[in-house]
Ligand binder design. Structure first.
Ligand code: TRP
Length: 342
């Protein structure tokens, strides 16, 4: 007899799952929007975090490169303060249930739903403008993300607001499965970041800071030197006014600097603005705060990079613990479906 999914009354502690793509080097947007938040969450909930290498395969990669990119990302995520004693941290492809459940989720996700995903439309347009190849995986990507979340009886999914639509799709697909086959999945909820956690590109402050941008001038990488960081902030786009004020719509560049300064120093953007009169001073203060924030993380990343075997050991432990949980939920899925696998 396969047990039912847990209900809210079974345990007061939230179950949190989140994932990050192996884009190579961690940037400030990943740090303030995701991984630094994870380092807090790991003490407050049952937390499971994942480098989602299978998601990254939806766009073509040179052979072999994905493994190194995954290890590099895992190293940087650990360096930002994840403690494998406090949470489960692993690589998606090492737990085969993700690919298995992704297929099942594709069967309860509608073509129309997937067609409406904003991120798909954006990535499709980019692929069309590039080499023209749009993989089916790019289209069904949200079903894989649903599998990631549902495999762990997740109650909360901390994500950036660009991922809210995918969590909504996960909820719809999980409900659809539950009503077709019987109570199987816990229905998760997105937890969106605080205002300050949305980091925009320093050169194009209405776009999210993201590896998919053409130039690196607007992106602060964990691997940047203090001099490089200072230079990027000094060249950050502002506006033709002179007033330092938080107003995302009217002053995206200045507001982005204020929210970075606030997030890096544990304050709201508005509080960070106090006492700063000039754009030049705002840029210097923000650069200094970011250099200070990154210094200990960079030091830990350097140590871990010198010891890749230790990173792999920690990930292997994560795989073991994640597999235990995922296998239970997958058994429940096969049982409800009634395949001979059950
Ligand atoms: N799609 C997410 C992103 O691009 C990454 C991701 C994959 C994820 N699976 C997840 C996030 C599950 C939260 C939960 O940022």
């Amino acid at each position: 007899m396969v047990p039912s999914p847990p209900t809210a009354s079974d345990g007061a502690r939230a179950r949190v799952f989140s994932g990050i793509q192996p884009s190579g080097v961690l940037h400030l947007g990943n740090l303030l929007g995701a991984t630094l938040r994870w380092t807090e969450v790991q003490h407050q909930a049952d937390a499971i975090f994942c480098v989602v290498d299978l998601h990254a395969l939806t766009v073509p990669r040179p052979p072999g490169e994905i493994g190194q990119a995954t290890l590099d990302m895992a190293t940087d995520v650990l360096a930002s303060g994840l403690d494998p004693e406090q949470c489960i941290f692993f690589v998606q492809s090492t737990v085969p249930q993700h690919a298995e459940l992704a297929w099942v989720m594709q069967t309860v996700t509608a073509f129309g739903e997937l067609s409406r995903m904003t991120q798909f439309k954006e990535k499709r347009d980019r692929a069309e403008a590039g080499d023209g190849f749009i993989s089916a995986g790019l289209f069904t990507y949200p079903a894989l993300m649903a599998a990631d979340i549902l495999l762990y009886d997740t109650t909360e999914v901390p994500v950036g607001d660009d991922q809210g639509q995918h969590v909504e799709l996960t909820r719809d697909a999980a409900n659809r499965f539950n009503s077709r086959y019987g109570d199987t999945f816990v229905i998760p909820q997105a937890t969106l970041p605080l205002a300050g956690a949305r980091v925009m590109d320093l050169q194009a402050p209405t776009n999210k800071m993201s590896k998919s941008t053409d130039t690196d001038a607007g992106i602060i990488y964990l691997s940047d030197t203090p001099a490089a960081i200072t230079k990027k902030f000094k060249r950050a786009v502002t506006d033709s006014e002179t007033e330092v004020r938080y107003d995302r719509a009217a002053k995206p560049g200045v507001s982005n600097l204020l929210s970075i300064l606030g997030a890096a120093t544990g304050r709201t953007p508005a509080a960070a603005a106090e006492g700063i009169e000039r754009y030049g001073d705002l840029k210097v203060a923000t650069a200094e705060a970011v250099v200070e924030l990154l210094a200990p993380i960079q030091a830990r990343a350097a140590e871990l990079r010198d010891d890749p075997a230790e990173v792999r050991r920690q990930l292997a432990r994560g795989t073991e613990r994640a597999t235990e949980q995922a296998a239970d939920v997958m058994d429940r899925v096969w049982d409800r479906l009634g395949t001979l696998r059950a």
